[in-house]
Design a protein around this ligand. Structure first.
Ligand code: NAD
Length: 321
């Protein structure tokens, strides 16, 4: 086939640390990308990760993995940002936030300079704030800049429900919405097993008498998941790597999958000008559409509270500028 007529599905990963490299590994195994470019502030780290991954090429579906540079943004279909600074001893949360905002803005300027038509997926934390900052810096249409949001948290939630009900996780539809952080909440009204609302599923499950107590336990377990894993092993990267493969694949293959990415709300659910997670249809153009489910009044309130928390955090950063 003429090389010039062939449109390679290209993903650029910015940040080759634990999350970026795990994502690259899982993406290469998935076969969803033809080209994977890896960029890191540390050239040595990028080179090392690329070599280590490239030595696995005989065992991966056909793909090309290489050290990227800013010019790779131009032809990229998807750019996934996992770059971030780590908290230094004595450094405040706000100082770290400002450092990460500066990193995101620098990456945004590099992307803009390449006239890229990619969809950008932010993973670095705090993901909702950084997604908003990147969107403002790029000034692109909202659907092209999304955050991994609560895709990971929703996966954790589905896993916990499936374990409790002893049912295949693929048959559990459940979403965590709002901030990827402490104010997130479980949208119980949208939770189904085998098409049956969770509230009506108890007779089939029989593992507990009262869903009320269980709801709080599961929701708290999801919220604390990252803290537990970080206590055990320092950081989380396997499940987020897979969540990123899911998001990238939905874009590359125009799948129109429903995922709870972080996206700019413009009046949906009564919320304006903040990035947070709600169910979205993800396709080639990025976030194609926001799905407005029938949330309960308490859930709408929780979503609004999450939006307030995020707005306050964003304002805090700018006040301290
Ligand atoms: P890490 O420290 O292992 O990797 C971060 C990498 O970013 C480092 O290699 C660093 O050199 C690189 N970097 C820093 N500044 C850069 C720049 N300007 N350009 C290019 N590269 C740069 O961290 P990690 O464990 O891979 O986590 C990465 C980020 O992902 C963190 O912010 C973490 O909190 C976040 N995270 C998010 C989720 C989620 O669900 N959203 C889950 C896990 C981790």
């Amino acid at each position: 086939m003429d090389q010039q007529q062939w449109n390679a599905r290209k993903v650029v990963i910015v940040g080759a640390g634990a999350v970026g490299s795990t994502f690259a590994y899982a993406l290469a195994q998935s076969g969803a990308a033809d080209e994977i470019a890896i960029i890191d502030a540390s050239q040595d780290l990028a080179r090392g990760q690329v070599l280590d991954l490239a030595h696995g090429l005989p065992f991966f579906p056909r793909t090309n993995i290489f050290v990227g540079e800013a010019a790779d943004y131009r032809e990229a279909n998807v750019i996934v940002i996992t770059a971030g600074a780590k908290q230094q001893p004595g450094e405040s949360r706000l100082a770290l936030l400002q450092k990460n905002i500066a990193i995101i803005k620098k990456i945004a300027r590099d992307i803009a300079a390449q006239d890229s038509s990619a969809v950008v997926v932010v993973t670095s934390n705090p993901v909702d704030i950084l997604t908003y900052a990147l969107l403002k810096e790029l000034n692109w249409e909202a659907g092209r800049v999304i955050g991994s949001g609560t895709v990971l948290d929703s996966a954790r939630f589905r896993y916990l429900i499936s374990r409790h009900c002893d049912i295949d996780v693929h048959n559990v539809h459940a979403y965590i919405l709002g901030e990827h952080g402490d104010s997130e909440f479980a949208a119980w009204s949208l939770t189904h097993i085998a098409g049956i609302p969770i509230s009506e599923y108890c007779p089939y499950c029989g593992h507990c008498d009262d869903l009320t107590g269980l709801k709080e336990t599961l929701e708290n377990e999801v919220r604390k998941s990252a803290y537990h894993i970080i206590d055990y092993k320092g950081s989380t990267y396997f499940a987020i790597g897979l969540a990123l493969v899911r998001i990238a694949t939905a874009i590359l293959r125009n799948e129109r999958g429903v995922l709870t990415v972080s996206t700019l709300l413009d009046g949906e659910y009564g919320i304006h000008d903040v990035c947070l997670s709600v169910p979205c249809i993800i396709a080639l153009s990025g976030r194609e559409r926001i799905v407005q489910g029938n949330l309960l009044p308490t859930e709408l309130q929780a979503l609004a509270q999450s939006a307030d928390v995020l707005r306050q955090n964003y304002a805090e950063i700018h006040t301290a500028d």
